[in-house]
Design a protein around this ligand. Structure first.
Ligand SMILES: CCCCC/C=C\C/C=C\C/C=C\C/C=C\CCCC(=O)SCCNC(=O)CCNC(=O)[C@H](O)C(C)(C)COP(=O)(O)OP(=O)(O)OC[C@H]1O[C@@H](n2cnc3c(N)ncnc32)[C@H](O)[C@@H]1OP(=O)(O)O
Length: 179
C-alpha cells in the first residue's frame, strides 16, 4: 500500500474538479456528470452520482457507460490522496442491479495497492444511501504518468487554456506539478 501524501486533504474535504472541461467532474463540460468527490478515511473517497433523464440507456434506467464514467472519476480521485498523476489503463465494471433515473449512486472508492507505476483501485456504488444495496462494483488500474503525457498528447489550445486557469493550477500544485 502506498503512503498517504503528506499534503493530502483531510477526510471530509471536497476535492473539486481536476479540470473544468472534464466530462466527469468539470463545470464547463456541457451535459457532463459534474460529480464531486469527498475525501474519506485512509486512501478512500466518496462520490455521489444522481441519475437524471439525460443519463438513460433504457427507459427510466441509467446507461452503463455513464455509470462507468462516474466510477472512473471516483476511482481516479483516489490518486489525489497519494499525490500521483495517473491515467486510467483498465476499468472493469460489474452491474449488479439496474440503476433507475432519479436515484443516487453512493460510490466509495479506495486504493488497494501500488506496484511500480500501476495503482490498483476498487469501488462499490450503493443505492438508497451509503449503506444501501450494492448496485455496481468496479476495479481500475491507473498508470502513473508525468505531466509531459498531457503536454505532448493533449491539444495545444486546451493545454494552454488549462495552464491559465487558476483552478487547474491549484490542482496541479496539489500534485507538485509545475505546468
Ligand atoms: C496541463 C497540465 C495538466 C496537469 C495535471 C495535473 C493534475 C492532474 C490531476 C488529477 C487527477 C485527479 C482526478 C482524476 C479523475 C479522473 C481520471 C480520469 C482518467 C482518465 O480517464 S485518463 C483517459 C483514459 N486513459 C488514457 O487515455 C490512457 C491511454 N494510454 C496511455 O497513454 C498509455 O498506454 C499508458 C500511459 C497508460 C501506458 O503507456 P507507457 O508506455 O507509459 O507505459 P507501459 O506500457 O510501459 O506500462 C507501464 C506499466 O503499466 C502497465 N499497463 C499499461 N497499460 C495497462 C493497461 N491498460 N492495463 C493494465 N496494465 C497496464 C504495463 O503492463 C506496465 O506494467 P509493468 O511495469 O508491471 O510491466
Amino acid at each position: 500500500m502506498p503512503d498517504k501524501h503528506s499534503n493530502a486533504p483531510e477526510p471530509g474535504t471536497k476535492l473539486g474538479s481536476h479540470y473544468s472541461r472534464c466530462f466527469g467532474c468539470g463545470d464547463d463540460a456541457l451535459g457532463g456528470l459534474r460529480v464531486s468527490s469527498t475525501v474519506g478515511e485512509g486512501l478512500s473517497v466518496t462520490t455521489e452520482f444522481t441519475v437524471t433523464d439525460n443519463h438513460q440507456g433504457a427507459p427510466g434506467l441509467a446507461h452503463g457507460g455513464l455509470l462507468a464514467l462516474a466510477f472512473d472519476e471516483a476511482l481516479g480521485a483516489v490518486n489525489w490522496l497519494i499525490g500521483a498523476i495517473a491515467v486510467t489503463g483498465r476499468l472493469e465494471t460489474d452491474y449488479l442491479m439496474p440503476v433507475p433515473v432519479g436515484t443516487t449512486l453512493h460510490i466509495t472508492a479506495q486504493c488497494d495497492g501500488i506496484s511500480g507505476r500501476k495503482i490498483y483501485t476498487s469501488a462499490v456504488g450503493r443505492l438508497g444511501g451509503p449503506e444501501g444495496e450494492a448496485a455496481v462494483r468496479a476495479t481500475a488500474i491507473f498508470i502513473q504518468v508525468g505531466v509531459d503525457h498531457f503536454l505532448s498528447n493533449g491539444r495545444l489550445e486546451d493545454v494552454q487554456e488549462a495552464m491559465h486557469d487558476p483552478e487547474q493550477l491549484r490542482a496541479a500544485r496539489a500534485f507538485e506539478v509545475n505546468p
